[in-house]
Design a protein. Structure first.
Length: 158
């Protein structure tokens, strides 16, 4: 392929052609034709990088939940099935999974070697306790849109 055949190429072919050339040619070409420069890489530096990388420690969350419920961390991690301990464990699982985005198997390992399905069940039970369901949100939105469609007061019509 000759050097000047790039004028007949589409952008994808051109990009692969340019990538195949040496770095000196690419940098010189991009200086002349900046529209073909590769998109800049997103770099996060300074305080933003620390915020992005920081996840609250699972131990901190479990300790907060234990303190809130008046029990020990050992109770949450242990095999105790009393309702107050179970509820605290469910809340800890929910916070670790939903708020901090830790995986279910990882949470299970941390909380006494439990299976990931046990953790999933805990998260679902705590969501139900909070009343957070997808259907509740959808039903509320549907009812609101139906009320607006029927011309009820308080609805903003487009």
């Amino acid at each position: 392929m000759s050097l000047h055949s790039w004028t007949k190429m589409g952008e994808p072919e051109f990009r692969s052609f340019v990538k195949a050339q040496d770095a000196r040619f690419r940098s010189a070409f991009v200086k002349v034709y900046p529209q073909f420069a590769p998109p800049p890489k997103k770099r996060v530096r300074g305080a933003d990088a620390l915020v992005e990388l920081h996840k609250t420690s699972w131990r901190e969350i479990v300790a907060e939940v234990a303190e809130k419920h008046g029990i020990t961390v050992k109770d949450i991690i242990g095999r105790n099935r009393q309702p107050d301990v179970r509820d605290a464990r469910n809340e800890a699982c929910y916070r670790l999974n939903v708020e901090e985005k830790y995986s279910l198997p990882r949470i299970g390992i941390w909380l006494g070697g439990r299976d990931h399905t046990t953790i999933l069940n805990s998260v679902r039970r705590h969501k139900a306790k909070l009343g957070v369901t997808v259907f509740a949100v959808k039903n509320e939105l549907m009812a609101e849109s139906l009320n607006c469609a029927n011309g009820q007061i308080g609805c903003e019509q487009p």
